[in-house]
Design a protein around this ligand. Structure first.
Ligand code: MYA
Ligand code: JJ1
Length: 388
């Protein structure tokens, strides 16, 4: 069934429910001298390149490949359209390795036809903090699909990750592979229902008119929480403390330090937005919410070419009810002209999704670990990790 994945150190379907197998690494690290020193062979017309994501030119090539060939929904109506600024942010976190940004070119034309990336991350699994890679942006040009290029790309990124003495990875996919640690549901909160309906992202509900629908999703002009404001650089230590303490409760979560929080959560225009609640009395930072900007190209509309989507990222409530905090997040997202606010049913998100008028989407997201076995499938609410 899975000719490639059956050969890899990942949980196999046949072992699901076998609790006699130990949790933790599936294979031990080998000495670095035993890691293959040459790249894997590609079919003759192609060559490997290392992508310098600091170079504007390279970044544009990657952007164009993904814009035309990356993830679509099941009816091919929308395609993720990560911006160049977003890609630079996503691929250059603290301690990143240029060698993990891997492209495949056609030798003759130099055209970029495939891509895969890794970034380093410390991820806690139960009580174990594991140095991992997060693998993302696997993409093969539409004209080169089903030629078994993806397994070669995955083996090559694995080899380059091993060369940095890292032996585990985390990744997500919309497809089922051996074997998910958890499966999450996408939920969507309409901010601009008219446009969403016009482009086929959503439909008029039964017994609903357009004007009733617009009224249903209306939001206040101003946020409700006193002390709600944008995160600033001086907040990094307080936000790090708040987030570290919050993420403790989940079975799988990132181990963020201040450098990570600065990179991943300090607001960047059109990339990531973060807000917090500073107590007007004590000036304590008590609550936090964030979302990232990921538009989608609309593939078949006369009137609109992009859907502006915000994706819920990390949220922490200790004083402001999460429901109110996220309603404020919706208000600022609406003000910033997002069409839709998306969220997964991870962490405590289930406690606000229905009440804040999110509806379940037709997409699911499966989470995976490479070379790390868990004995049980997690509930999505036990997951404290959001990948981009
Ligand atoms: S998920 C986003 C993936 N990208 C897209 O969906 C964009 C649009 N699609 C494409 O570009 C292609 O269809 C891709 C497959 C490139 C996805 N993850 O070359 P093939 C397996 C893992 O003939 P193609 C993301 O970026 C498939 O089951 N494996 O197929 C995270 C089959 O294997 P098997 C996948 O369609 C990526 C084989 O590939 C995926 O031309 C994490 C077929 O290859 C998928 N999304 O190309 C990667 N889709 O026969 C794993 C298909 O066994 C990282 N396949 O079923 C693992 C950790 C590595 C680091 C470890 C360090 C220690
Ligand atoms: O966006 C998604 N689905 C939308 C559009 C569906 C269009 C037809 N297929 C959706 N809309 C309904 C919204 C509605 C709003 C009012 C309330 C009720 C709901 O369901 C889906 C997620 O649901 N997205 C995708 O399918 C994109 C791929 C997702 C998997 C991505 C994995 C790759 C990431 C690797 O890093």
């Amino acid at each position: 069934r899975h000719k490639f994945w059956e050969t890899q150190p990942v949980g196999q379907f046949k072992d699901l429910g076998d609790t006699s197998l130990p949790e933790g690494p599936i294979e031990s690290p080998t000495p670095l001298t035993e890691v293959k020193q040459e790249p894997y062979n590609l079919p003759a017309p192609y060559e490997w390149i290392t992508c310098d994501m600091e170079s504007e030119e390279m970044c544009v090539e990657v952007y164009n490949l993904l814009t035309n060939n990356y993830v679509e929904d099941d009816e091919n109506m929308f395609r993720f359209n990560y911006s160049k600024e977003f890609l630079q942010w996503a691929l250059r976190p603290p301690g990143y390795y240029k060698s993990w940004h891997i492209g495949v070119r056609v030798k003759t034309s130099k055209k970029l036809v495939a891509f895969i990336t890794g970034i380093p991350a410390r991820i806690r699994v139960r009580d174990d903090i594991v140095d991992m890679a997060e693998v993302n942006f696997l993409c093969v040009h539409k004209k080169l699909r089903s030629k078994r290029l993806a397994p070669v790309m995955i083996k090559e990124v694995t080899r380059r990750i091993h060369l940095e003495n890292i032996w585990q990875a985390a990744y997500t996919a919309g497809v089922v592979l051996p074997t998910p640690i958890t499966t999450c549901q996408y939920w969507h909160r309409s901010l601009n229902p008219k446009k969403l309906i016009d482009v086929g992202f959503s439909r008029l509900g039964a017994r609903m008119t357009m004007s009733r629908t617009i009224k249903l999703y209306k939001l206040p002009d101003q946020t409700a929480t006193p002390g709600f404001r944008k995160m600033e650089p001086h907040d990094i230590p307080a936000v790090t403390r708040l987030l570290r303490n919050y993420l403790k409760q989940f079975i799988v979560a990132p181990d963020f330090d201040e450098n990570d929080v600065e990179h991943w959560l300090l607001p960047q225009e059109n990339v990531v937005d973060s807000y917090l609640v500073e107590s007007p009395e004590t000036h304590d930072i008590t609550d936090f919410c964030s979302f990232y900007t990921l538009p989608s190209s609309i593939l078949g509309s006369q009137n609109h070419s992009t859907l502006k989507a915000a994706y819920s990222y990390y949220n922490v409530s200790t004083k402001t009810p999460l429901l109110q905090l996220m309603n404020d997040a919706l208000i600022v997202a609406k003000k910033k002209d997002f069409d839709v606010f998306n969220a997964l049913d991870v962490m405590h998100n289930e406690t606000f999704l229905k009440e804040l008028k999110f509806g379940p989407g037709d997409g699911k997201l499966h989470y995976y670990l490479y070379n790390y076995r868990l004995n049980h499938v997690l509930r999505s609410s036990e997951l404290g990790l959001v990948l981009l």
